[in-house]
Design a protein. Structure first.
Length: 275
């Protein structure tokens, strides 16, 4: 029942995808009148999207407009933490929404689904790392001599192990492990999309610096290096401190990085015996 004597108040469905008109039809007795309100769906706030997804009779989840949080950023942050801790398959859309404190409908609104959200989270972490790698490779291209193996390794490794190390330790490594355990068709496509270009440049520099080593051998060594970097970039292992009797500082990214560069350089310089 609607106040003001109207017997029926009906809001018709929106029939256009992005820009439409909602037609309100009001009846009073045998008379009829209509009024149309135009709006753009893309201008709806997060709260309006969330409100559309609630069940009948449920409390309106909309916070006051002035205090509405950045829902997309909160979803990204919550999803990254959950994916890194539990893996992609073990995390549901409801888990992410609950951790972010927003309506689960917003995941579909902003990303399309959980897989697309994971890709967005992964790219947000990886893209700055690869951008820095390319910047460093550009500097090597400008040299008047072939770069040393150590210089090539530094351009590829330092952004992961030193430049983008934060208090949470190894955002990249944790998400990379989540990719490995996820659907192979998705993880394979994601790895190709994000790393093919930067790894191809890396191998090209190595071929210039190591003309006697076949590319096939360099590719194998790159894959071994990827495993070593992922392990090194994870949460620091206190067992290393004990095993070294305090001589290794597992809390020092710089110390760990230098040790890995020396290790990898020796491996790439080794002659290929079976090619």
């Amino acid at each position: 029942m609607v106040t003001g004597g109207y017997r029926q108040y009906h809001v018709m469905k929106i029939t256009t995808k992005s820009i439409g008109h909602a037609t309100r039809t009001c009846r009073r007795g045998s008379g009829r009148r209509q009024r149309t309100e135009g709006f753009v769906i893309g201008d709806q706030g997060d709260a309006d999207i969330a409100a559309q997804g609630r069940s009948p009779g449920a409390a309106d989840p909309r916070p006051p407009a002035k205090s509405r949080p950045d829902s997309r950023a909160r979803l990204m942050k919550a999803a990254e933490q959950l994916f890194a801790e539990k893996g992609v398959q073990a995390v549901s859309i409801r888990d992410i929404a609950a951790a972010a404190g927003v309506n689960s409908a917003l995941i579909g609104y902003y990303f399309g689904g959980k897989e697309e959200l994971f890709v967005a989270v992964y790219r947000a972490v990886v893209d700055p790392i690869n951008a820095e790698r390319h910047r460093r490779f550009d500097a090597l291209d400008a040299l008047s001599r072939p770069p040393t193996i150590e210089e090539v390794l530094e351009a590829w490794m330092r952004p992961v192990l030193v430049d983008y190390v934060d208090a949470e330790h190894a955002r990249f490594a944790k998400l990379a492990l989540a990719v490995v355990s996820y659907d192979q068709s998705v993880s394979g496509r994601l790895a190709a999309d994000t790393f093919e270009s930067v790894n191809d440049r890396f191998l090209g520099f190595l071929q210039c610096s190591l003309p006697g080593v076949p590319r096939s051998a360099l590719v194998w060594r790159l894959y071994f290096l990827i495993g070593a970097v992922m392990m090194a970039a994870r949460q620091r292992n206190r067992g290393m401190d004990l095993l070294s009797r305090g001589q290794c500082n597992s809390d020092s990214p710089e110390e760990m990085y230098r040790a890995l560069v020396n290790f990898a350089a020796a491996g790439f310089r080794a002659l290929a015996r079976d090619d």
